[in-house]
Design a protein around this ligand. Sequence first.
Ligand code: SF4
Ligand code: SF4
Length: 366
Amino acid sequence: MHATEALREADRLMTICNACRYCEGLCAVFPAMEMRFTFGDGDLNYLSHLCHQCGACYSDCQYSPPHEFNVNVPASLAKLRNQSYARYAWPKFLAGAFAHNGLVVTLLTAASVAAFVIGFVALKDPAVLFSKTAGDFYKVMSHNAMVALFGAVTLYVIAAFTFSLRAFWRDINGDGPRAGFVSFWQAIGDTAHLRNLGGGGGGCTSEDERPSAQRRIYHHFTFYGFLLCFAATSVATIYHYAFSWQAPYPLLSLPVMLGILGGLGLLIGPAGLFVLARRRDPVLVDGAHKGMDTAFIAMLFLTSLTGFLLMILRDTSAMGILFALHLGVVLGLFLSLPHGKFVHGLYRFLALVKYASERRSGKFVE
Ligand code: SF4
Ligand code: SF4
């Protein structure tokens, strides 16, 4: 019935869990599962993106190894989730590269972009790379060149997200009803609070098998750090186009303050998640796709680190090279977004919309 081993295993586990139902209060996965008698590919992918991999259902399960049923819901859904990135990705030919060598491919992309920027500037005027330019980034690369570079990458990322989100929604929702505003609003609330990362109350299972709120807290730092950095870029864009106020902006200006707060979030959150991931019980994770997860948090951390270095050293002769490095890391991050862990955040949001919509209708799903 299912094309892959990961789908067949998830189907087997959900069938066992649907008979057991001991974990129904832990997260959204189990109530959504209970609304189904059978599990198609789309249902299983939907459930996999509702899962936060908190581990609570593994430590609570009486059928986990060494029991012969061998029930391990977190690892099984993690594997399915990681494989789903390639299933819905656009363009397809890039999905495999990021899936198997996520960290290497992303770092190579960042290094290539940085080398391109350095080469681009060196061709025009190599002295600019090592001269003090009083924080004026546009002397290294003109505003128009930056807009062209980021504009092309942004269009690519928007197209990739549009096609892949559409494919995901069609697969999980099929001919189901359209989700209304209330379902969207509820999903926004669930996302903002990371409600399901609570593991049923105490938080995610930590390395000593006790619930801990740390993973949720570091996710919050990362999530809101990313949003604040996005807000900083948006405000700077408005300053430039609406008021003709050009960068560099003073330390106490709105874009710089938003950038500093967001940057701190992107240093603390990814670093905390990296440490927690290393301490996690390997039985709960999908070891085959670890590189993809590491790539995302590493690129977020490097984006923030190079951003801070650039801000601190922007009036020195190191600015030109740091600027190229920062651009490389940011564009490397952007290019990896549609194929890595970031896209789980978007699929998860749609899964929460569907969950809210199903719960409101209260009907079983055929
Ligand atoms: S994870 Fe285990 S205890 Fe929880 S519902 Fe499934 S079979 Fe039951
Ligand atoms: S690992 Fe956590 S989020 Fe995932 S199914 Fe189990 S209890 Fe739910």
